[in-house]
Design a protein. Structure first.
Ligand code: 13P
Length: 253
């Protein structure tokens, strides 16, 4: 079975102490993980080492950065490189979240560069894609996400793509409480897999975990994750509440 993943995206929330407590509360619940299941916490940069230390005893729990820069190193004040993340033991990095695309003008081409640098560092990019509401209303969502994949991923080999995690996050569902229906999620995830298959073949397409993100909650995670092409979730708000995220982890296939 493909990896089934519950990924928390804390975004720019919580103080250090609050983050530490949240991890402790989640870890205190001994959820028996299966070999094909993975839990990831994407935490703010200053908390990476604390979080990595906190989950050190659980091989099925990993820590992710929420971003990295598109250049290898150099005079880019305030930025963090893929190599720096690797050097502190981080093996996952969220790339292309819609908030970064929107507020920090990250282009598809820039995201392609970030992915290249992460793959050199043997770090798994969690590549986000998804359409805004007006595109969905005009039924243009498939074309929209296909173009995002084309511009940021199509230069990769099948071997490289099979190392990626993809997160489909419809922008209209992020932080709005309006979750995609299971039909909408399954339809899009199957479409994304068909795009992967067309470009790299069936074996690669079947190997890539595709997560759903956008108002995943304790109450809807199980039905979303039950969809055959939904391999878990990338969770914002509900990942900040220990009991909720525990329920979401337990909802993995
Ligand atoms: P919410 O779960 O708060 O809608 O956020 C989703 C998201 O953007 C995760 O990356």
């Amino acid at each position: 079975m493909r990896k089934q993943i519950a990924a928390a995206n804390w975004k720019m929330n919580l103080t250090y102490e609050q983050g530490e407590k949240l991890l402790q509360d989640i870890l205190a619940v001994k959820i028996p993980g299966q070999a094909h299941q993975q839990v990831i916490f994407a935490v703010p940069f200053p908390y990476l080492i604390m979080a990595k230390t906190a989950v050190a005893e659980r091989t099925d729990y990993s820590i992710a950065a929420q971003n990295c820069y598109s250049k290898k190193s150099g005079a880019y004040t305030g930025e963090v490189s893929a190599e720096m993340l690797y050097s502190i033991g981080i093996r996952y990095c969220v790339i292309g979240h819609s908030e970064r695309r929107e507020y920090f003008q990250e282009s598809d081409e820039m995201l392609a560069e970030k992915i290249n640098l992460l793959l050199v560092q043997e770090t798994t990019p969690v590549f986000c894609c998804g359409e805004p509401l007006e595109v969905r209303k005009a039924a243009g969502q498939n074309k929209h996400v296909e173009t995002q994949l084309q511009k940021s991923l199509f230069h990769l080999t099948a071997e490289q793509v099979s190392k990626l995690v993809i997160a489909y996050e419809p922008i209209w569902a992020i932080g709005t409480g309006q979750t995609a229906t299971t039909e909408q999620a399954q339809e899009m995830h199957a479409f994304l897999r068909s795009v992967l298959e067309k470009q790299w073949g069936k074996e690669t397409a079947e190997a890539v975990s595709i997560l759903y993100g956008g108002s995943v909650k304790a109450s809807n995670a199980a039905e979303l994750f039950a969809c055959p092409d939904v391999d878990g979730g990338l969770v914002g708000g509900a990942s900040l509440v220990a009991q909720d995220f525990v329920q979401i982890i337990k909802a993995l296939k």
